[in-house]
Design a protein around this ligand. Structure first.
Ligand code: COA
Length: 331
């Protein structure tokens, strides 16, 4: 059996917000932001929602895979910024694209969300429960960001990416001897450090207790703690995934990492002793879109033909939770 991605898609809001635009909002500079993060601009929603972006990305992925929406078995949306608590975003997407035969639900693992969704869908397909799945990362973080907090507002952007995962009965083996599909996955969480990157929902409030108010409804981040966690944990989990698959860093063509900060990606490359040229990046143009960063990057590199069938990819995400993971696949 082969389980592989046969279509990718993405959707970004039209509105570009540059570092120079942010200079007008908070005490910061283009130079500081570029030097500390690598980000030059990001897309910010001027009305598009998590579900509308997700639906657009899904349509693009299905078109590439040559599938009709009615044929989709499972829709899994990873998001931490849905516009509704009920119904879940995946059900909204199901309605918007007309995937009448699909089961649909959301998953929240913050910036690791797409990776966790991919791994979850992979298990459903491996067990034969479903034959295909649309997996999506979609975020409108701009509504969760305090636009007066220069420590966070410079980092995030809005967008969505999707991938269509399909199982087929036969094994697909490429000329280079590699067998298509997901070879290995590692996932982990450390809830004890959860509050270093957090965002509150409504406080407990009901007819039987005095009224209470959520203190800070915006994203809170201890940037240095998150930075330390990412630079330490990501290379470890990538190495663990490679060890588990019996592979080395040299067997990998592309390391597709969550796009949070160029310096984090550079540090991971250094620790793995891997050439930075094998770490695709688009953070300069789109910023950190949480669960959407990996699928948007994947779509960009897939559509431009930079990833080829037979290439080996490591996808690795990390973020709030704290959550982290890595998946190794032959494209
Ligand atoms: N513009 C200008 N100055 C800023 C600034 C901004 N946007 N944000 C913070 N500063 C200032 C600080 O106030 C501090 O000033 P001080 O020295 O006078 O106190 C100085 O810059 C250094 O701040 P610090 O927080 O130590 O900077 P840093 O090098 O750690 O960079 C981050 C900050 C957020 C870029 C960095 O910590 C980071 O990328 N962390 C990981 C965040 C992340 O990836 N989150 C998402 C994970 S999914």
């Amino acid at each position: 059996m082969t389980i592989r991605i046969t279509g990718t898609g993405s959707a970004l809001p039209e509105k570009r917000v540059t570092n120079f635009d942010l200079e007008k909002l908070v005490e910061t500079s283009d130079e500081w932001i570029q030097k500390r993060t690598g980000i030059a601009e990001r897309r910010i929603s001027d009305g598009e929602t998590v579900s509308s972006l997700a639906a657009r990305a899904c349509k693009n992925a299905l078109e590439m895979a040559g599938k009709a929406a009615e044929e989709v078995d499972l829709i899994l949306v990873a998001t931490c910024s849905p516009e509704l608590l009920l119904p879940c975003c995946a059900c909204q997407v199901q309605d918007m694209i007309g995937a009448s035969g699909a089961a649909a639900f959301d998953l929240n693992a913050a910036c690791s969300g797409f990776l966790f969704a991919l791994n979850t869908a992979n298990v459903y397909l491996q067990t034969g429960i479903y034959k295909n799945a649309l997996i999506v990362g979609s975020e409108v973080l701009s509504k969760l960001v305090d636009w007066k907090d220069r420590g966070t507002c410079i980092l995030f952007g809005d967008g969505a990416g999707a991938a269509f995962l399909e199982a087929s009965a036969e094994d697909v083996v490429y000329d280079n001897g590699r067998r298509a599909g997901i070879e290995c996955m590692i996932q982990g969480s450390d809830g004890t450090k959860g509050m270093v990157l957090s965002c509150a929902e409504r406080a407990v409030n009901n007819a039987f207790i005095p009224e209470s108010h959520t203190e800070n409804p915006y994203i809170y981040m201890d940037g240095q703690e998150v930075y330390k966690f990412a630079t330490k944990q990501v290379p470890v989990c990538i190495q663990q995934a490679l060890d588990k698959a019996g592979l080395t860093v040299d067997d990998v063509d592309w390391f597709m990492l969550h796009q949070a900060n160029v310096r984090i990606i550079e540090s991971v490359a250094k620790r793995l002793k891997a050439d930075l040229a094998r770490f695709p990046m688009n953070i300069h143009q789109v910023g950190n879109m949480s669960s959407a960063t990996i699928p948007v990057l994947l779509d960009e590199w897939n559509r431009s033909g930079k990833i080829k069938r037979g290439d080996r990819l490591v996808l690795s995400g990390f973020g709030a939770g704290l959550t982290y993971g890595a998946s190794v696949m032959v494209w």
